[in-house]
Design a protein around this ligand. Sequence first.
Ligand code: 5GP
Length: 228
Amino acid sequence: MSSEGSTPGLGVAHDDAAKPWETQRRGMLLLVSSPSGAGKTSLSRRLVSDHSDLILSISTTTRPPRPGEEEGREYFFKDRPAFQAMIQAGDLLEWAEINGNLYGTPKAPVMAALEAGKDVLFDIDWQGARQVAEATPQDVIRVFVLPPSWRDLSRRLHARAQDSEAVIGQRLALGKREIAHWADYDYVIVNKDFDRAYADLGHIYRAERMKPGRNPWLPAFVTGLAEE
Ligand code: 5GP
C-alpha cells in the first residue's frame, strides 16, 4: 500500500481500498429492448456477468415458465391475482401486458441497487422502457437491439425450440410492433454478429458510465488536482 500523498481533494488515503471512483458513483438504469429472439437476453446476461457493478433486474410475470427456466433466475413466476396485488401495493416500478401475460419490474431490488451505487440492467419491452424513462429520465440509458433480418429472427426463434409454432407466430407479430418504437431509444445495435454486438453494448455502457453526472467524486477530485 502506498503512503505517498492522498487522493486529491477527498482526504482519503490513496490506496486500493479507497478509490472514490469506485465508491462514489451514481447508479444508472440500462434498459434493453428488442423483438423476441434478437439476442437481447444473451447480450444482457453477458454484460452483467462481466461487470460487478451492474445488476440484472429480475422481472415478475404471469407467463408460465419455459422448459429450463427457473424461479428467480429468468423470472419470478406469479399468478394473475398475485401480480395484481403487487400493482395495487405499488411494488412494481413499471409493468405491461404482452401477448396476454403480465410482466413487471419489482421496485425494491432496483432501489436497493441504486442506493448501493450499482447500475441496473432491465430486459423489458418498449412500454416498460417508456415508463421507467419518464420516471427517471436523467438516470436512464435506452438500447434497442435489432435482428439483421426478419428471416434471421424467425430462424432463431425456431432454433431455440422453446415455443410452439403458434407462439412463435405471436412473438414475430409482437416483434413487428416492438421495432416500431426503435426511435425512442438512445442507441441501436444490429445483432448480426454476437461478439461485435456485445462489444458495442460494452462500449455504450462504459461511455455512459463516464458522464460527469454519474461520478459525484469528480468535482472534489478536480479541485484537488487544481490545488496540487
Ligand atoms: P419473454 O416471454 O420472451 O420472456 O418476454 C417477452 C417480452 O417481455 C420481452 O420483450 C421482454 O423484454 C419483456 N419483459 C420481460 N420482463 C419485463 C418487465 O418486467 N416489464 C416489461 N415491460 N417487459 C418485460
